[in-house]
Structure formats: C-alpha cells, structure tokens
Design a protein around this ligand. Structure first.
Ligand code: R5P
Length: 302
C-alpha cells in the first residue's frame, strides 16, 4: 500500500506473531512479509528481509514475551530494514517485556526497564503496545523516547465479561492491579475491591482480603495485567476460598504462564481463565488485532 504521504507501507511478521500480523495487515490494507530467520549451527541468528525497503514504513509485529531469545533476531531484522533503506519502523510489541524491574530494590541490581528501553528504542521510530506494566514509572513516554501508543484491553475484556458473568465482583489481587480492575469496573458498572499482596520471592506471595461481605452473592472475578507464575492468582483463589467465596474467574491481559502456571491455576480451582492474545495461549479469548491495527494507523498518520 502507498500511504497518504506517498510512502510504501507494509507489515513484517516476526516468527510467532503471524496470527496477529495477518489480520492487522488486512485491516491496514498493506502487504504482509515474513523475514527468513534461522539459526546457524553455532546458535547465532541468520536474518533476511525480502520486502521492498527503500523509503518504506514498516510495521514490525513481534511478540517479545520470553524476550531474551527473541530480541536478537528482532534487532537484526530492524537493523537490516534500516540498512536497506526503510524510513520508519513501527514496532508492535503487544506485551512489552522487562517492565517490572523498574527500580533498584537491592544494591547492584540492573534497572532492566530502563536498560531494555535503551537497547530497543534506537532500533525503532514508533512503539505500539498493550497495557504495559506502568507502576513506579507512570508514563511509557518517560521510559521510551520514541512515539508511543498504548492500546487498552479494558473495552474488549468488558465485552467478554458481560457474556461470561452476570453479577461480577471485580477483584484486583494487589495494589498494582488497581488501574486495570478499576478500568474494567467503570466499563461494566461492577463493584471493585483490591486485595493486598506481600511478595517474598518470584514464587512466594501472600494475599490478604479486605472486608468484602457486602458483595456476597456476586461471582468473584480476579483481574490482573500479567499472569506469570500464577502464584498471585492461586494465592488469591485460596484466600477467597478460605473466606467462603466461590471459585473465581481469572482474567489476565498478558498470560505468560511460566512453568506449570496453567495447571496450578486450574488445580487451585479457577472457574475460568481468560486472557487476550498479546501472548499466544490456549486461554486467549479476546482478540486485540483490530485495536492494534487502529493504533498503528493512528500513530503513522499523526
Ligand atoms: C505484578 O506486579 C503484576 O501486576 C502481576 O501481579 C504479577 O506479575 C503476577 O505474577 P505471578 O503470576 O508470577 O504471581
């Protein structure tokens, strides 16, 4: 496609992001290309770009969860695009990794959120992502010195929830989840409570419930931005069960499901598990490709 600015535009689907990139290319009316990527016998990456690069604007769709093995092929592809003459690169990374280590909690720790931005930003001109984990740093623009668009999943999660649960009580498992659970509560007009969490380690969390008796009779729905090891959700399920609440539905925007998180979540008694397709997973029930395509069109035209 040639844009209103007279430039060639197309979409590059990095491996593992084809299911998002294909509908996005259709929605944008642009051609879709895939890079050729393979590993050399020594483990290094080979990357070849076949789309027309000269003066082009290329939207690269890359799922960057489990980022360490994915970042180098992405960086090589982005560098090749620029080297071959691409004018602008818009990265669509539906899950933006390395956002949680946004401070130095112990002496000597790497502040990964800042350092990852410093590695990624020089490779791109624009960034589109979904509900990044903004906590101590409250604005993505303070971290990423490129043009940014944040897509919010709340509207489509709300739509899904309306079909799923008649009288929900929305529960954020910790203080950090307050922004996401409140956004959902406002959209569906449901009450919201936020639990308190103490995290002692990657797989060691403790959850406490505030007074919730006035909402008895409603179906609990746990809402968080990220499900990683699943310990936050499983501990919240256990705390709810101990207080006599029925099994909750678990909603996560980004379902990373590290290790055996899905099995443990089911074993803990989750009544249902709903995620968006920012991370490709069997629990995906909300497709964000349309919102991502709109965000790309918007950021490239503005
Ligand atoms: C916390 O900072 C996030 O909002 C999630 O609560 C957290 O990432 C969940 O992690 P896990 O599933 O490992 O408990």
């Amino acid at each position: 496609m040639t844009s209103s600015r007279g430039e060639a535009r197309w979409v590059l689907a990095m491996p593992g992001a084809e299911d998002l990139a294909e509908p996005m290319a259709v929605a944008l009316g642009e051609a879709l290309h895939r890079p050729r990527i393979r590993r050399f016998p020594d483990g290094e990456s080979y990357v070849r770009i076949e789309g027309p690069c000269a003066a082009a604007t290329v939207t690269v769709v890359a799922r960057l969860h489990d980022p360490d093995p994915k970042f180098v092929p992405f960086a090589l592809a982005a560098s090749a695009l620029k080297d071959l003459g691409a004018r602008r690169i818009c990265l669509v990374a539906p899950y933006l990794p390395y956002m949680r280590q946004d401070a130095r909690f112990q002496p000597g720790e790497a502040v990964s959120a800042r350092y990852f931005s410093a590695m990624l930003s020089p490779l791109i001109d624009a960034l589109v992502t979904v509900d990044p984990h903004l906590h101590r740093i409250d604005d993505l623009a303070r971290l990423y010195p490129v043009r940014c668009r944040v897509v919010h999943a709340a509207a489509l999660l709300a739509e899904r929830l309306r079909h799923e649960v008649a009288e929900p009580l929305l529960i954020g498992p910790d203080e950090e989840s307050e922004q996401w659970v409140s956004a959902l509560g406002e959209r569906i007009g449901a009450p919201v409570v936020v639990l308190s969490k103490i995290r002692r380690g990657d797989r060691d969390v403790e959850i406490a419930l505030p007074p919730m008796a006035r909402w008895r009779g409603r179906t609990p729905v746990l809402v968080d931005d990220i499900i990683s090891t699943g310990h936050t959700m499983t501990q919240a399920i256990a705390a709810l069960a101990e207080a006599g609440w029925p099994a909750p539905v678990c909603m996560g925007i980004h379902g990373l499901f590290a290790d055996d998180a899905l099995r443990r979540l089911r074993a803990a008694g989750a009544a249902g598990i709903i995620t968006t397709n920012t991370v490709d997973h069997e629990t995906n029930a909300v497709d964000l490709s349309g919102l991502l395509a709109s965000a790309v069109a918007d950021i490239l035209e503005s």
